[in-house]
Design a protein around this ligand. Structure first.
Ligand code: UD1
Ligand code: UDP
Length: 355
């Protein structure tokens, strides 16, 4: 059986890997490297437990570092494993430092790089994720794209027509996981208001600049006076709120497991976020979304009208929330495929290997 080595490290990658690994296992010998980028139990272990993801064969424990150090150390460790294991291909997901490290290590050793969630662009090179995406796409051999826009982006960069490169539209594996696990959604241990706005916020662009973070928190404090705000908080944001002593008056809870998140998504009235994954999940669960960013790589959500961008001004966030709560939405279009993207990816890879 051909050997696939998969790289995971950050929260959204565990969720994507849950369904892809399940599909790959049917026709490949799959081994996984956890880089350690996310390491708290509620940012990592909980997802392996809840989704029954097999324990990674390798754990690198490379987290809590600056970008260069993190990516460099991961690359070095992944390289050693590739040399020892000689996988037939390497799978990376999304746009984190773990993604780029895996792709760089593999391409230099001539191991085919398979990028799942390829082709997305925010066109904002200030975002570390944008650099990771562009570089990973440019060294990948097979690019599995979640949207037609992603294919267009790769055409515009000349990746689509590059000799030996395959670019394939798949739909989004996060739709697969939300469909697979929605039935297992579980109420969290804390009390959930009957009506609430669900918030997550962790992007460097919204948290590194304290004045922006303060403005976002001010908007959420204000919003909470009208309708309860519930925020499972990313450790990056929690640390900054504490360090800067920013006053919060809404409900903040520890990061929740995926099953609890699916429950909250089912119950919420609206999502306010800067997360890539949550923007789509809001849509899967037919909830309007206010995205606190200047651009989104999931542009079809904005074009359909179910998602609106807000800048970090308090007034803009409040206006956009009010607008989205009072607008009728159409969630009928299938923007992200049929929920069988992971199966399709595994079958496609299997087909390439036979030919
Ligand atoms: C990373 C990804 C981002 C993704 C996000 C998912 C990069 C450049 N960014 O951002 O694309 O959206 O993961 O959540 O790869 N921390 C903890 N415990 C943990 C994990 C992180 O305390 O388990 C804290 C540490 O202080 C760490 C900081 O959060 O330094 C940032 O973590 P890091 O992985 O560098 O970036 P994220 O903001 O999580
Ligand atoms: N998520 C979760 N618990 C939380 C916050 C997020 O299970 O407390 C899930 C969320 O449902 C989605 C994924 O984590 O599936 C998104 O990850 P994140 O926002 O960290 O990263 P991004 O998608 O922005 O890269």
């Amino acid at each position: 059986m051909k050997k696939v080595l998969a790289i995971v490290g950050a929260r959204p990658q565990f969720i994507k890997h849950s369904v892809v690994e399940l599909a790959l296992q049917k026709c490949f010998d799959v081994a996984t490297i956890h880089t350690g980028q996310h390491y708290d139990d509620n940012m990592s272990a909980v997802f392996f437990q809840q989704m029954n993801i097999p324990k990674p064969q390798y754990h690198l424990s490379v987290g809590n570092l600056n970008h260069g150090a993190m990516t460099g150390r991961m690359t070095e460790e992944i390289e050693k494993i590739i040399i020892a294991d000689r996988p037939d291909m390497l799978v990376v997901y999304g746009d984190t430092n773990s993604t780029l490290a895996g792709a760089l290590a593999a391409v230099k050793l001539h191991v085919p790089v398979i990028h799942i969630e390829a082709g997305l662009r925010s066109f904002n090179r200030q975002m570390p994720e944008e650099i990771n995406r562009v570089l990973t796409d440019h060294v990948s051999d097979i690019l599995f794209c979640p949207t037609a826009q992603a294919i267009e982006n790769l055409k515009n960069e000349g990746v689509f027509s590059r000799k030996g490169v395959k670019t394939i539209l798949t739909g989004d594996v996060m739709l697969d996981s939300s469909l697979l696990f929605a039935g297992y959604a579980k109420a969290p241990a804390f009390s959930v208001p009957p009506e609430f706005i669900l918030v997550t916020m962790h992007r460097a662009e919204n948290t590194d600049d304290v004045s922006k973070l303060k403005e976002i928190i001010a908007a959420l404090n204000q919003l909470n006076k009208e309708i309860p705000v519930l925020m499972p908080i990313h450790p990056r944001t929690a640390k900054l709120i504490e360090k800067e002593r920013i006053e919060t008056t809404f409900q903040i809870v520890e990061p929740v497991g995926y099953m609890e998140m699916l429950y909250l998504l089912q119950c919420t009235s609206l999502v306010v976020t800067d997360s890539g994954g949550l923007q789509k999940e809001a849509y899967f669960f037919r909830k309007p979304c206010v995205t606190v960013r200047d651009q989104t790589e999931w542009i079809e959500l904005v074009n359909t009208g179910v998602n609106i961008l807000a800048n970090t001004d308090k007034a803009d966030i409040l206006t956009k929330v009010d607008k989205m709560l009072n607008t009728k939405m159409d969630f009928a279009t299938q923007l992200y495929g049929d929920g069988k993207a992971a199966e399709f990816i595994a079958e496609t890879l299997h087909g390439f290997n036979r030919s």
